[in-house]
Design a protein around this ligand. Structure first.
Ligand SMILES: [Zn+2]
Length: 282
């Protein structure tokens, strides 16, 4: 068995990133998510691995059976918000409403409590963390060290540990970045995973593990889909980010899941579930 890493999926479809196509018109587009989610589930099952799925509430409401199936397979269900709006662009009340709606929708679907949250495009704010805690979440997984990425939040220059208590009884599971000279490059997955040749990406994972263990990986279902409908509203940079390396991503993912022992967040940190139980006992 390989070295353990945390495996996460940001479960959203090709048109739900909330940039130019707003939620009011999402109903017009074809959902292609299922086949890609099953591809990820099959790879995980083949290697007896578990993952945390951060699920967009809107998608969950469209595909409740898919979410129930993921849950029944023993993977962790967590929230990726409802409408995929960047946290730092939302008034407080709107953010509170979005996370509450997504948590409720997921809990109604799986009949169990949801304790984890990941912000769209890692757009977390300090106030957003307070709101998550007040809404009953036990952990967040949205903080990336300051990098050159234009959308990510800039909460920390560096994050030395992947897992730490960021507020009283509320934990952060931060994403990795690799320092190359004075630049920090996000090294958690997604487009960066597609962009890098596998041996280089894998070298970065091992380098990350040597300084902050465990390593946290993320992928979107569309990262594996060369046939997904193409967005015409994207800039050249966004087209490159979204469509580069789609054809080879599935093979690379299989190599990664075969090489490392993939675990969900609650599997790695049982303390989080214990905290949830304590909350109910209190
Ligand atoms: Zn997302």
């Amino acid at each position: 068995m390989g070295q353990p890493i945390i495996f996460t999926v940001d479960l959203e479809d090709w048109f739900t990133d909330g940039r130019q196509i707003q939620i009011d018109s999402w109903g017009k587009y074809e959902l292609v998510i299922e086949a890609n989610v099953y591809a990820i589930l099959d790879l995980l099952s083949k290697h007896n691995a578990k993952a945390t799925f951060f699920i967009l509430g809107w998608i969950a409401c469209k595909k409740p059976h898919l979410i129930q199936e993921i849950h029944a397979m023993g993977h962790e269900i967590a929230s990726h918000g409802y409408a995929h709006e960047l946290v730092y662009t939302l008034p407080e009340e709107k953010f509170r409403h979005d996370v509450r709606k997504s948590k409720q929708a997921l809990e109604d679907i799986i009949g169990a409590e949801v304790i984890g949250y990941r912000a769209p495009c890692f757009s977390m704010t300090w106030r957003g963390l307070d709101i998550l805690k007040n809404e009953g979440f036990i952990y967040d997984s949205s903080i990336v060290p300051r990098t050159c990425h234009d959308l990510y939040s800039r909460l920390y220059e560096r994050v030395e540990q992947p897992f730490f208590e960021i507020a009283d009884h509320f934990w952060e599971l931060s994403l990795p970045a690799l320092s190359i000279g004075s630049v920090q490059i996000p090294w958690g997955g997604g487009g960066y995973f597609r962009f890098c040749p596998y041996p280089l990406f894998q070298y970065g994972i091992r380098k990350s593990i040597s300084s902050r263990n465990p390593y946290i990986f993320y992928i979107h279902p569309y990262d594996l889909d060369p046939k997904q409908p193409r967005r015409t509203d994207y800039s050249l940079l966004n087209r490159l980010r979204r469509y580069y390396g789609l054809k080879s991503a599935r093979n690379k993912l299989e190599r990664l899941i075969g090489q490392f022992e993939c675990k969900s967040i609650v599997e790695c940190y049982p303390l989080l579930k214990q905290q949830m139980n304590k909350k109910w006992e209190a």
